[in-house]
Design a protein around this ligand. Structure first.
Ligand SMILES: Cc1ncc(COP(=O)(O)O)c(C=O)c1O
Length: 432
């Protein structure tokens, strides 16, 4: 299916060179403000209040006496493994943003947004698409459109992003009741458990009304595991049998597609709707897209406006997102390879344990063995001094996420830093 519209992103070369000049100037300014250029005049302690970025390393630089080669490296290198949401837009993205043809999208007049939405709908094999500011809003709108009547119920995983990390928005904003089913370690839910959770119409005097099932692919809290097309089809059949809808939180569906070697449209074939994040492993600065039928997307567009997600000249954002799709889908497989290297490296560290065989995409969760008495928080803090940023997943486990701006060398550096950080913690006795 060819898109009927012309690519309105246009020639980005001129904008690219302007951008380069701008980058050089801002780079010089940044050096100046970090005190790396001559004659730094910032007051002491100023730099340590900066929450992130290159300047952060100055905090360690205070201990200048330890100027070994390792420390040299520490002060210049940041390996940010907190999430795949931390990527910086590429020059090509910035250039595309600068030259994007835009108009008011709330008035349905932004040519770049319209063209981009058609492209995403085509790639994902659905009738229509709408760009939204975030994955959270994409999921919220999808659930609310499928559950228009207050008192509807949605069946979803007890470890799902919608249930845990989206502020309970489906309940507080939409009046939708969540019914959780246990997520298996691979991110699926047992089909018979899903079926058992569907409310029987005979009890409608008491029960909420089941209207929707949600899946998550890849499943973030289950370590970025992939949900197969066959499993999704089975859930789709179950939904149809009971007159329910199926929504997929596909924040990282392109990762699943790359890992399984199955096109995205096949992975969501059985679903009535799906949301996909462009600002995670694909590297766009902002945005998600919801796909579904034309009727569903018309309702979604209206609800997006209700929620304050009508954003006017969003062609600027869609242009960057298009570059992300065009340039970065092909890089996901390599991200998964680097995640495996990471997991294999962690296996060699005796204070840690990791199930490397469960690393299917770009996420690695590892545990800190209890006998070491090291908390995830103290490990992450110690790592920060090496410029390695990671997030505790619990008091004894840590999550790292690989994206295309993390090189294989970064992975090895992070592994070495973890070993050194553990040794330092053990040496000074900073435990739980
Ligand atoms: C699986 C999943 N769904 C949805 C979201 C929400 O996306 P956003 O942060 O854009 O709201 C995330 C964010 O990390 C996610 O991991």
């Amino acid at each position: 299916m060819e898109s009927s519209r012309r690519n309105p992103i246009g020639d980005v070369a001129a904008a690219g060179s302007l951008r380069r000049v701008h980058l050089v100037l801002t780079g010089l300014l940044a050096l100046r403000f970090c005190g790396w250029a001559s004659g730094s005049a910032e007051p002491r302690g100023w730099i340590s209040t900066i929450p992130s970025g290159g300047c952060r390393r100055k905090k360690i630089d205070v201990t200048r006496k330890r100027k070994t080669k390792e420390v040299e490296e520490m002060v210049t290198r940041t390996v940010d493994l907190r999430s795949d949401t931390v990527t910086k837009p590429t020059e090509a993205m910035r250039a595309a943003m600068a030259s994007a043809d835009v108009d008011d999208d709330v008035l349905s007049r932004d040519p770049t947004a319209q063209w981009f939405e058609e492209e995403v709908a085509r790639i994902m094999g659905k009738e229509a698409a709408v760009f939204v500011p975030s994955g959270t809003m994409g999921n919220l709108i999808s659930v609310l459109v499928h559950c228009e009547v207050r008192g509807s119920e949605v069946i979803l995983g007890d470890n799902s992003h919608i249930h845990i990390y989206e502020n309970g928005g489906i309940s507080t904003i939409g009046g939708v009741h969540p019914r959780t089913v246990k997520n298996n370690p691979d991110g699926t839910m047992d089909i018979d458990r899903i079926e058992a959770a569907i409310r029987h119409p005979d009890g409608e005097l008491y029960y909420p009304t089941t209207r929707l099932i949600c899946l998550e692919n890849t499943h973030a809290n289950c370590g970025g595991r992939c949900i197969s097309a066959e499993y999704t089809d089975k859930v789709g059949e179950l939904a149809q049998k009971h007159g329910l809808k199926l929504h997929i939180d596909g924040a990282r569906i392109f990762n699943a597609s790359a890992a399984l070697g199955v096109p995205v449209h096949r992975l969501i074939q059985a679903a009535d709707s799906a949301s996909v994040c462009l600002s995670k492993g694909l590297g766009a600065p902002v945005g998600s897209v919801i796909v579904g039928t034309k009727d569903f997307i018309t309702k979604a567009r209206r609800l997006r406006k209700t929620l304050g997600g009508g954003m006017r000249q969003i062609g600027v954002l869609c242009a960057a997102a298009y570059v992300a799709l065009k340039d970065n889908v092909v890089k996901l497989e390599d991200d998964h390879r680097k995640a495996k290297i990471f997991a294999d490296g962690l296996k060699e560290i005796k204070q840690l344990s990791v199930d490397a065989s469960s690393v299917e995409t770009n996420m690695v969760f590892f545990n800190i063995n209890e006998s070491s008495m090291i908390s995830s928080m103290s490990l992450c803090e110690a790592l920060e001094k090496f410029g390695v940023l990671a997030m505790p997943a619990s008091s004894t486990s840590v999550r790292v996420v690989i994206h295309y701006q993390i090189s294989e060398s970064d992975v090895h550096y992070a592994l070495t830093s973890i070993k050194q950080a553990i040794q330092e913690i053990l040496a000074i006795g900073t435990t739980k």
